[in-house]
Design a protein around this ligand. Structure first.
Ligand code: GLC
Length: 475
């Protein structure tokens, strides 16, 4: 079977969030699970790609891509990464920008990307059995395939899967873009219109043969207005093709015994290195070096959905009443950056806040902390709770989406792999944290829990099988 991913980011080439992790690791996992299948990926070639990767790309060819009245150059580059062919579509006017998204013409940039991806299949000499598009940036590829290529030889039998990584971002635009930018016909209007505007995510949900999201619980949650950002009526209408498949993580990339960024390596049966990582982290951040004080970490985008409003209510109480250290890494909304900056000033011996995107420090925190806090109000899947687990840092999470599907409370029968709270409020979060802190003081019990946490299987193996089953059903 030929499988083609279309997405707007992938680790290690371009990343702004969890989507990149998935597109950088799921294709290799599919290949491992089913070596006879051919899995390839199409991405934009961003100007932000680091030079080392840029140099590894091979130039294949170029074509002119037509989007309504526009005729645009499109170069095609390629590299094989972990046995998977990645293609990069090059157009400097669209993609040589300071950031991946948030540009004034995102609609046009990704319309071009989707049109080029579908248009160039003959040039690539690769016709997929399944085209698997991810998030709103790739949504138009599904629509184009169904509406513009349905009768074209080679394209006719292509089946489509569309994955929603976060329903908050839908690609909503004004009607004026319908023809001019998206190159759609009046007959497409009903498909792409929703709630008074054009909605690309909605169009892909309507057109795709299957719709998936990144955890079973999120697949249920988005059927309700509380989580759907307005799309629940559409998802209800197409519920029959909606499923949730939990993401995995790349075990190689996130391994405490194979991370050169760490001051010491460790392993579930050789844990001394974790103590070194903790000491070095406290030292690096200028916190009092103390092995007994539990370090609570957060690595997150500083935005509302990540549950930070709970911190604004409970962080002072936590830092005043408990002997803990709080370490925060991330960037985002000014309001939360300011909140954390001031929190750190109020608690100079207990709290450190680093307001930047820093993958090396992130790894050191994953490895050096004891507890990882993830109180997200909503979380489609969440990867950090899995990553921290690999590094023996115990997650404390709100029971939502993928957090609910991946973490069970240690108080559960049979023992869990973290601590959870069900109701979204600051005091329940604090209660779960205090349960964690209490267990932390019991060295033997904590060691056992850390072991269980580290041995939880968050690999892609099971989920890759589920995707393969889904693809096969479509054939
Ligand atoms: C989005 C979601 C996150 C998920 C990731 C990968 O970033 O917000 O929960 O883990 O996509 O699917």
């Amino acid at each position: 079977m030929n499988i083609l991913f279309i997405a707007s980011e992938a680790t290690p080439f371009a990343a702004s969030g969890g989507l990149a992790d998935v597109i950088g690791s799921l294709p290799a996992a599919l290949k491992k699970a089913s070596p006879e299948d051919d899995v390839r990926v199409i991405l934009p070639l961003y100007g932000t790609m680091n030079a080392a990767w840029r140099e590894q790309l091979t130039y294949l060819t170029n074509r002119t891509v037509t989007l309504n009245w526009r005729n645009q150059y499109c170069g095609i580059f390629t590299v094989t990464y972990r046995g998977v062919v990645y293609y990069f579509l090059d157009n400097e006017y669209y993609f040589k920008r300071g950031s991946l998204y948030g540009e004034f013409d995102d609609a046009e940039r990704f319309a071009f990307f989707c049109r080029a991806a579908v248009d160039l299949l003959p040039t690539l000499g690769f016709f997929p059995d399944v085209l698997h598009a991810h998030d709103w940036q790739a949504a138009l590829s599904v629509l184009y395939l169904k509406r513009k290529y349905a009768d074209v030889e080679g394209y006719k039998d292509i089946r489509t899967v569309f994955t929603i990584h976060n329903i908050q971002y839908q690609g909503k635009y004004g009607f004026e873009l319908m023809n001019d930018v998206f190159d759609l016909l009046p007959s497409d209007f009903e498909t792409v219109e929703y709630d008074g505007c054009l909605n690309l995510l909605k169009a892909a949900v309507v057109c795709a043969d299957r719709v998936t999201t990144v955890s079973p619980t999120y697949a249920k949650e988005i059927l309700s207005p509380q989580f759907s950002y307005g799309l629940d009526p559409v998802l209800h209408a197409y519920q029959g093709k909606l499923t949730g498949i939990l993401n995995g993580i790349d075990k190689e990339l996130y391994s405490p015994s194979k991370s050169p960024e760490l001051p010491a390596s460790f392993h579930v049966n050789r844990m001394a290195g974790k103590t070194v990582c903790k000491r070095e982290l406290q030292e690096q951040l200028g916190l009092p070096v103390n092995a007994e004080t539990p370090v609570i970490a957060m690595i997150t985008r500083l935005v509302d959905s990540k549950g930070l409003d709970l911190l604004t209510l409970a962080a002072d109480t936590l830092l005043e009443e408990e002997d803990v250290q709080l370490v925060v890494l991330g960037t985002g909304d000014f309001y939360y950056e300011e909140f954390f900056r001031r929190l750190a000033l109020r608690h100079p011996d207990r709290c450190r806040v680093t307001l930047r995107f820093d993958q090396v420090l992130a790894k050191r925190i994953y490895a050096g902390a004891d507890i990882f806090l993830m109180p997200s109000r909503t979380e489609p899947c969440g990867l950090a709770q899995m990553i921290c687990s690999r590094f023996g840092t115990v997650p404390v999470v709100h029971e939502t989406g993928g957090l609910y599907d991946s973490i069970r409370d240690a108080g559960c029968e049979g023992g869990g792999n973290g601590f959870t709270f069900a109701s979204y409020n600051a005091w329940d979060m604090l209660y779960a944290l205090r349960n964690a802190l209490e267990l932390y003081r019991n060295h033997d019990a904590w060691k056992k829990l850390v072991r269980r946490v580290m041995l939880t299987d968050f690999s892609w193996d099971a989920s890759a099988q589920k995707y393969l089953e889904l693809y096969r059903e479509l054939k």
